[in-house]
Design a protein around this ligand. Structure first.
Ligand SMILES: Nc1nc2c(c(=O)[nH]1)N[C@@H](CN(C=O)c1ccc(C(=O)N[C@@H](CCC(=O)O)C(=O)O)cc1)CN2
Length: 286
């Protein structure tokens, strides 16, 4: 099995983005991301940590806002409105899912789609579905496609099965794979076991974004497949693990590990989006 490591892909994205950061800085523009975390979810904190390190190494400014888990929706909306107005902030990332007192749709709607570097607004989603180039695709969905591109896997004529139908990964990655001429099947919680097995076994590429450790077992996979594991789960020992069972991963032709796979590319894509948002705002000012 070939291990599809994320590091070379992330390094390639960061190297190109860093050149653009230098160019922008020479024009007096410092790309800046604002992150908003509500509460102390360990997954959010781990992701926040990765974002901070990556921003620092790339010369991107970061403003971190942390709210207690019981703040009101009005306070969060006021912070988003302030960041929408702040000309120095080019991208805003809200750690999600948010605690239960928030209406996710209202929060997503409140963000200016030009600053939506993680593809949560209807404007960004329209960009993905219409190919208009507006907004930004969700970072993890784009990271999957960047992984396949980097490792030279052409999706034309290939069968792709996506496990998970979320707006963050399943749906957008489906559209992005379609745009690369793949034939895509999406499986979800209501897919019958028979269809799940058939869709798993018959695909050329499997993308798992279910969020359940060991979800993709060997009986759901076929031969000579490429597996992208997008799951980030608590491994019960202070670390993270993906959705793919080790036996299924080792039987594949190529598979991405967790950690060290799609996750590290996701953060690099996020930085790339911040740089693009900064460049777009500079163009608008001219
Ligand atoms: N707005 C968002 N909020 C959150 C997201 C997201 O994609 N958008 N993801 C979750 C996922 N998460 C745990 O629940 C999580 C994500 C990333 C990491 C992490 O450690 N990332 C490392 C790379 C890890 C790897 O190699 O796979 C990094 O960024 O460098 C941990 C947990 C949280 N909220």
């Amino acid at each position: 099995m070939i291990e599809l490591k994320g590091k070379p892909v992330a390094d390639d994205i960061k190297e190109r983005a860093f050149k653009r950061v230098e160019e922008l800085r020479s024009q007096g523009i410092i790309p800046k991301i604002a992150t908003i975390r509500v509460g102390d979810d360990p997954g959010d904190i781990a992701y926040e940590h990765g974002i901070c390190s990556r921003a620092e190494e790339m010369g991107i400014d970061i403003k971190q806002k942390v709210f207690a888990g019981d703040i009101s929706q009005e306070r969060l909306l006021a912070k988003i409105a302030a960041y929408n107005e702040d000309q120095d902030i080019h991208g805003v990332l809200i750690f999600r899912p948010l605690p239960k007192q928030f209406d996710d749709k209202t929060i997503c709607k409140a963000l200016d789609f030009r600053k939506d570097v993680d593809g949560i607004t209807a404007g960004s989603m329209a960009g993905v579905f219409t190919g208009s180039g507006e907004g930004f695709p969700p970072c993890t969905a784009e990271a999957c496609i960047r992984m396949l591109d980097y490792y030279g896997y052409d999706l034309t004529g290939k069968k792709v099965t996506v496990f998970g139908r979320s707006l963050v990964i399943g749906k957008p990655v489906t559209v992005m794979a379609l745009d690369r001429n793949a034939t895509v099947t999406i499986c979800h919680s209501r897919t019958t076991p028979e269809i799940l097995r058939e869709a798993g076994k018959n695909a050329d590429v499997l993308i798992t974004a279910v969020g359940r450790a060991n979800f993709l077992t060997r009986d759901l996979t076929g031969e000579d497949q490429i597996i992208l594991d997008v799951g980030i789960n608590d491994d019960g020992a202070g670390g993270i693990c993906g959705d793919v069972d080790p036996q299924a991963a080792s039987a594949a032709a190529a598979a991405s590990p967790v950690p060290g796979g799609v996750g590290s590319v996701t953060t690099a894509v996020l930085m790339d989006h911040v740089v693009t948002a900064a460049a777009r705002s500079a163009l608008q000012e001219k």
